[in-house]
Design a protein around this ligand. Structure first.
Ligand SMILES: Nc1nc2c(ncn2[C@@H]2O[C@H](COP(=O)(O)OP(=O)(O)OP(=O)(O)O)[C@@H](O)[C@H]2O)c(=O)[nH]1
Length: 236
């Protein structure tokens, strides 16, 4: 993965390419770490402090996948019912992918996943919308309440890939809050996997001209074909 700058130049009269936007909603119980995961991906670090999300927060990151600039737009939704009510219709409009999050140290956040899946179905998000399951807080090994096997069975029964990770130590329990040079960052891999999946699908409707100041831009090489079956899986 190579960081590249934002100094793309366009010559002659060719119009600049449009930047596609992938809208990915992140949902799950309050406190599972949705804000921390999205912040980790977009800002590259674990937030110093978080508060319960009210309504929705947006985080964006411009990435380069196989030579195409793509804006990954993460919608960090409120887990608390009282903070969702007024916004819920907006979450589900023009969604390209769904990330369901539970906390591996909190069994009820796992048991509540069917109600989050139901909510998606009620808002007409069918099985054609890619979805993944993320078990967060893997760094808290001693407090584990949801085993990988149990989570994998649930993921399989809903045709979702499962990822287990930690927004705090994304390179694994031994790594620190900032990924070191040899840590593989699972949070990075999770969202980039979703973006690869979306890019491999037919062209999406949402796009915008490349006028915005980009965030971090990441270049990825061509991944393996993710159209075959469960499209990727990793664990911490
Ligand atoms: N140990 C550990 N703590 C985490 C991790 N991710 C989040 N937390 C902590 O869990 C708490 C809740 O994190 P948030 O990201 O705010 O949770 P949320 O799902 O966005 O919550 P709502 O906004 O209420 O829906 C915070 O105290 C975080 O510091 C993780 O990977 N490991």
């Amino acid at each position: 993965m190579t960081e590249i700058g934002s100094s793309l130049e366009f010559s002659g009269s060719l119009p600049p390419p449009r930047t596609r936007i992938f809208k990915i909603i992140v949902i799950g119980d309050s406190g599972v770490g949705k804000t921390c995961l999205t912040y980790r991906f977009c800002a590259g670090k674990f937030p110093d402090k978080t508060e319960a999300t009210i309504g929705v927060d947006f985080r964006e990151r411009l990435v380069d996948i196989d030579g195409e600039r793509i804006k990954i737009q993460l919608w960090d939704t409120a887990g608390q019912e009282r903070f969702r009510k007024s916004m819920v219709q907006h979450y589900y409009r023009n969604v390209h992918a769904i990330v369901f999050v539970y906390d591996v140290t909190n069994a009820s956040s796992f048991q509540n996943l069917p109600s989050w899946i139901d909510e998606c179905q009620q808002h007409a998000l069918g099985s054609e919308v890619p979805r993944i399951l993320v078990g967060n807080k893997c760094d808290l090994r001693d407090s584990l309440q949801v085993s990988t096997d149990t989570a994998q069975q649930f993921a399989d029964s809903h045709s979702m890939p499962l990822f287990e990770t930690s927004a705090k130590s994304p390179g694994g329990p031994e790594s620190g809050p900032e990924p070191g040079p040899r840590d593989s960052d699972h949070v990075e891999a999770i969202f980039m996997t979703v973006a690869h999946k979306l890019k491999s699908q037919k062209p999406l409707v949402l796009s915008q001209p490349p006028t915005e100041a980009p965030g971090a831009t990441v270049h990825l090489g061509r991944g393996r074909d993710r159209d075959q079956g469960p499209w990727s899986c990793s664990s911490c």
